[in-house]
Design a protein around this ligand. Structure first.
Ligand code: MG
Length: 156
């Protein structure tokens, strides 16, 4: 049996914040604003996994009103979601993330992002796709960064 899920998230860019995407720190004059480390790509990915399993969403699991998650490392939250996936008897088939950002250029960091994700899933690099696109100055228009994620999960 297979299950698919989709996740989508957007965070605003702001001053004096780290820019963390798929667990990789990216040097930039701004970072993403949020209760946790605001890793928008990992947030979309977690929602995709939870969606595939009909287990709700990260807002329910890790509420941003809970001080426990202030400044939280989203990769650690992802490990929790992966445990829930495994607990439900599923493993990753593949995942595909699209990050939407006008700036900065993300191409130099894509391989590291894939490595980070493959490491937490304990899967092959070929199961993990991370892509980046702009919206040609439309849409988020440099005010924020968004991400879509799709996952396919397979019954163990
Ligand atoms: Mg978020």
């Amino acid at each position: 049996m297979i299950r698919i899920g989709h996740g989508y998230d957007v965070h605003k860019l702001g001053a004096d914040r780290r820019l963390v995407l798929c667990g990789t720190d990216i040097p930039y004059e701004k970072g993403l604003v949020g209760h946790s480390d605001a890793d928008v790509a990992v947030h979309a990915l977690m929602d995709a996994i939870l969606g595939a399993l009909a287990l709700g969403d990260i807002g329910k699991l890790f509420p941003d009103t809970d001080p426990a998650y202030k400044g939280a490392d989203s990769m650690v939250l992802l490990m929790d979601v992966i445990q829930r996936m495994t607990g439900a008897g599923y493993r990753l088939g593949n995942l595909d993330i699209t990050i939407i950002a006008e700036k900065p250029k993300l191409a130099p960091y894509i391989m590291e992002m894939r490595d980070n994700l493959a490491a937490v899933f304990g899967c092959e690099l070929s199961q993990v796709s991370v892509k980046a696109t702009t919206e040609e100055g439309l849409g988020l228009a440099g005010q924020g960064i968004g991400a879509h994620a799709n996952v396919l999960l397979m019954k163990c």
